[in-house]
Write a protein that binds this ligand. Structure first.
Ligand code: SR1
Ligand code: MG
Length: 402
């Protein structure tokens, strides 16, 4: 891929900060004590800049996928990230990192350093419980869903926001990796021989295929709100409550943001709870698996309650009465169930795997993948008809157990 701008390195970060007026005021380049390259995601460079006067994080989009440089991808995604961080920070203050600067020419955003938090996926995989994080995320999704929707913005501002947030390249990645490739023969798919029949049973089930087709259509057409677009547990930072310090939960990495179905964000969380629970079950920690699956209902209850609390402030209550609230929420629920299944299944069939499963020894990985696919099938085939996430994720627990 062509690279028409300078890529940051640990060595050049201090000069970069010195050249950016918005950053020079935050960090004195002469007082920088350390620059750490901490990028471990699929796509971007990330540096933590430490100074005696405070820290910040620089995130730079590469014009290719970081873990596969032969795969070109637009660095414009960094602009969507900045835009969505600002919109989400204003709709859901304290639930995303603060943004300090956005450099459209070098595709860099400068954001708050949250090194005293940890990535939720890793914490879940270690069996840790960050109580309240699922509630915080339910609130985050609700505030963003309401605040960026036609209900929160009104008709005119909503149209302008939709037009400014069309993010086709990143959406195409999701359309391909989540909703298409796992259901066709594709070079990205890596299937253990012992799971070949499990994948065939899942992806070959006509009911699964129809539900996934409908979920892809929803992803491409339900332009409800400026959703996060990639809200897996690796896109969440958590910090537990301590004496004298409140807990903190932040959604980050919003480069996939676009006007899409709110249920896709809820479903991303649910699908990743399934993966974490499958790991716990494979390791024999049923208690942790049950706790993790309980997060699905916790997130949903918080989302529902928060959205309903915001509802009285909606635009145009003449038309959008309380029946519309119920109709909207039940649409979100249906989208979330299908998205949850799709997001779990893609991580055990296609490109971009997760530590929850990949760090298991092979025999346990086979068991976990089998459970994830059984759970995904249950969600797609019977999920929307099951009474609420409590009952549904109890059944998911049974499906994981076999
Ligand atoms: C090219 S890899 C893309 C994947 O990584 C991100 O985390 C998203 O989940 C996306 O599907
Ligand atoms: Mg990401």
């Amino acid at each position: 891929a062509e690279q028409a701008y300078e890529i940051l390195t640990v060595e050049t970060v201090p000069r970069y900060i010195a050249e950016r007026p918005a950053l020079r005021g935050l960090i004195d380049p002469a007082q920088i004590t350390r620059v750490r390259d901490v990028g471990d995601g699929n796509m971007n460079l990330v540096f933590v800049v430490e100074s005696s006067g405070g820290n910040l994080v620089l995130k730079q989009a590469l014009p290719w996928v970081r873990i596969d440089p032969t795969w070109p991808i637009t660095p414009e995604r960094n602009r969507f990230e900045a835009q969505a961080l600002r919109a989400h920070g204003s709709a859901a203050p304290g639930l995303v990192p603060a943004i300090y600067d956005a450099d459209d020419a070098r595709h860099v955003v400068a954001i708050e350093d949250l090194s005293d938090h940890r990535v939720w996926r890793g914490a879940l995989n270690e069996g840790l419980r960050h109580e309240g994080a699922a509630t915080d995320l339910g609130h985050y999704v609700a505030r963003v869903a309401f605040g960026t929707s036609v209900f929160g913005l009104g008709a005119e501002a909503h149209k302008a926001a939709v037009a400014a947030s069309v993010n086709p390249e990143l959406c195409e990645i999701t359309e391909d990796l989540v909703f298409t490739e796992p259901y066709i023969r594709h070079e990205h798919n890596k299937i253990l021989p012992a799971n070949a029949q499990d994948v065939a049973d899942y992806a070959g089930d006509p009911r699964v295929r129809t539900a996934i087709g409908m979920a892809k259509l929803a992803f491409m057409t339900h332009a409800e709100a400026l959703i996060h677009g990639d809200l897996h547990t690796g896109s969440v930072l958590v910090r537990a409550e301590e004496p004298g310090r409140a807990r903190s939960t932040r959604a980050f990495d919003v480069e996939f943001a676009f006007y899409g179905p709110v249920g896709f964000d809820i479903g991303a969380l649910w699908g990743n709870f399934v993966l974490a629970a499958a790991r716990a079950r494979a390791l024999g920690d049923d208690e942790h698996a049950t706790w993790v699956l309980g997060l699905a209902e916790e997130a949903w209850a918080a989302f529902r309650a928060e959205f309903a609390a915001l509802w009285p402030g909606r635009a145009d209550p003449r038309v959008y009465g309380d029946g519309v609230l119920e109709g909207f929420l039940s649409g979100v629920y249906g989208d979330a169930v299908a998205a949850g299944a799709a997001k779990a299944a893609r991580r055990v069939i296609g490109f971009s795997r997760v530590a929850d499963i990949e760090t298991l020894p092979e025999d346990l990985r086979v068991t976990a993948i089998r459970g994830v696919l059984r759970a995904a099938r249950l969600l797609l085939v019977e999920g929307a008809a099951t009474e609420g996430p409590g009952a549904l994720f109890d059944r998911v627990g049974d499906a994981l157990a076999g």
